[in-house]
Design a binder for this molecule. Structure first.
Ligand SMILES: Nc1ncnc2c1ncn2[C@@H]1O[C@H](COP(=O)(O)OP(=O)(O)OP(=O)(O)O)[C@@H](O)[C@H]1O
Ligand SMILES: Nc1ncnc2c1ncn2[C@@H]1O[C@H](COP(=O)(O)OP(=O)(O)OP(=O)(O)O)[C@@H](O)[C@H]1O
Ligand SMILES: [Mg+2]
Ligand SMILES: [Mg+2]
Lengths: 162, 168, 168, 162
């Protein structure tokens, strides 16, 4: 319904304006309705300005800046209506070390409401997990899951219950 | 409603029965390219009722059944069981008296499918309905598959609206 | 034909004149998100005659002119000079007697453009023609921009044909 | 022209069949013409089978396997018709350590024909360069380039010729 979309849009927008500067250590961003007259169908525009930079089209942002802005939007929606769990598959891939740390700080905060499952190749992200599973293919084409301690020790193999 | 465990048997590269337990907090999944990490995400989506093979990187749904390796034959069925703990009081509609809810999906090479909620046979739509309103669903903003984060800013304004509508 | 140097002045985030010398072998470019690494790729493409602002992440070509920061005003012109060493004998058609070829491109906020080859004014098309047949060009397989490697396998069969045609 | 495309296609295909197993440490792959009757317009299909796995649609490959296959195709075209230089912007982002090493081995080999410029966030790739430039933004929104030695020493600032 029109009211419900607008209410959610405004809540998400408010949260996004708060979340973006935390991920970017400054700057600002917001959402805009393409057509405020048409709440049933209007698309959503994103406006984003990293700290110290001038406002310009989001297309000119860097790969990492675009990814972090998108993470900010997803997290904002998530904070308005948390789901029991959130699965993030390699969202940290384009981020540099400083942005990964802020990303992981925010994931940590959100575990107050939900479980997070993050797939990653990044060591910093691995260090911020409570529980780490390694997926291996000792036998080509056959996946196996083991529990991992950082430092690479295999704690115990899981799941080989045939 | 908390994710408790995922059991895969014959789902994509998980030919051998595999059970993964999920704890509180942040669970990391790591491993080399192609070892099966994203297949775990596919399994969770599939168990929750994903209806499009394309969203699971396949062209037809049978693509999720383990299809063999150079040293193992393909098999005839894929099975995934997803279990949730309901003791935190956030249960899906109709399950407020339960301490656990488990959804199970099977697909045979013939194309036949079976669906179960708490071991009771049901239809695919019952599984989809179970998750409606819980904030978890195959289309929700709570599953960001590999590569998708880069598309959100590039997407059309109407597609971004859709993500927000999911939370409305 | 070897890439010798790139000079940027007012191109995107490179408001201050910057000269980068390229050596033999593998040159790495590193730095935090948003610091300007991909802008260097854009500058090279632009200098070689890129005609689509979209391929440089902009909506109009003036988007490549430095447009200011919170503490610096925007400026009126973008300039890129790309220099090649021809002493290895692999020169573009028409330049076999030269030891160096330099292309320069300028764009003013008014929309006016200037182009130079070895400091002699020319048209955009002369620059594009210079690179034809050298295997370097804005469409070639020799520039893989950020994010594109993931699209190659997802692209349509006709698009992949295009990459091979570039080499034919 | 028809013959020229076919000739190039066959040379690239032959090279691709050689390059793929080197990047994947085994396995095989090839290119197929969608419509061999229509050489003027036929699209190109890619078939790829990582080592030990069974042949299936490339859509089922993992993110890293897709990226490495695409790298193999690009490198095959490059080896058939080398250009003076090749610019690779963060192509190593989805690759694991072992694949990054093989990717960088191949880049090293190809410097016999061409200069390579690689933009990366990956330490292993950085260690394999002959020359490393760091791009910084000490002043927000203003790029500056410095020479970098690994270990983070700034050798000398370049390019502040105003
Ligand atoms: N039906 C199937 N039977 C057997 N193997 C399959 C099937 N479907 C997919 N696979 C295999 O699963 C592998 C992909 O796994 P997945 O996408 O989970 O990798 P990943 O761990 O996420 O890797 P990356 O780090 O590269 O993203 C592919 O190599 C593919 O061959
Ligand atoms: N015309 C312009 N004037 C000033 N700054 C610009 C202009 N065009 C683009 N920029 C800035 O350049 C930055 C993007 O730079 P670039 O894409 O080179 O980053 P990057 O180093 O490749 O980062 P990443 O590692 O995230 O890919 C953006 O923050 C954008 O604001
Ligand atoms: Mg994956
Ligand atoms: Mg970049």
């Amino acid at each position: 319904s029109r009211e419900r979309f607008l209410k959610t849009f405004e809540l998400v927008n408010e949260k996004f304006q708060e979340i973006f500067p935390r991920l970017f250590k400054g700057g600002r961003a917001k959402l805009l309705l393409v057509d405020e007259e048409n709440l049933l169908e209007s698309g959503v525009e994103i406006v984003a300005q990293p700290p110290g930079k001038k406002l310009q089209s989001i297309t000119l942002l860097s790969g990492g800046e675009k990814a972090l802005t998108a993470v900010g939007l997803i997290f904002s929606i998530f904070l308005i209506k948390p789901s029991p769990f959130c699965l993030l598959d390699e969202v940290d891939a384009p981020l540099d070390d400083a942005n990964i740390d802020r990303f992981n700080d925010m994931v940590r905060e959100m575990t107050a409401h939900s479980q997070f499952i993050v797939i990653t190749h990044n060591k910093r992200t691995m260090e911020r997990t409570d529980c780490l599973y390694g997926v291996t293919m000792e036998e080509a084409g056959v996946s196996k899951v083991v529990s991992v301690r950082l430092g690479g020790d295999v704690k115990e193999p899981l799941s080989q219950v045939a | 409603m908390k994710l408790k465990s995922l059991e895969l048997f014959g789902f994509k590269s998980f030919v051998d029965k595999t059970t993964i337990h999920f704890e509180e907090g942040v669970t990391g999944v790591v491993g080399p390219n192609g070892c099966g990490k994203s297949n775990i995400v596919d399994a969770i989506r599939w168990a929750m009722g994903e209806q499009s093979a394309k969203h699971l990187r396949g062209s037809e749904m049978q693509d999720v059944i383990f299809n063999g390796t150079s040293s193992r034959a393909s098999i005839g069925m894929s099975q995934v069981i997803l279990s949730f703990d309901l003791t935190d009081g956030r249960a899906p509609a109709g399950y407020t008296d339960y301490t656990e809810v488990q959804v199970e999906r099977r697909l045979y090479r013939s194309g036949e499918s079976e669906y179960y909620i708490n071991k009771v046979p049901c239809r695919l739509r019952d599984i989809v309905d179970l998750f409606l309103g819980t904030g978890v669903g195959t289309k929700a903003y709570s599953i960001i598959e590999q590569g998708r984060i880069g598309h959100i800013l590039a997407s059309k304004p109407e597609e971004r609206r859709f993500i927000i509508e999911e939370a409305a």
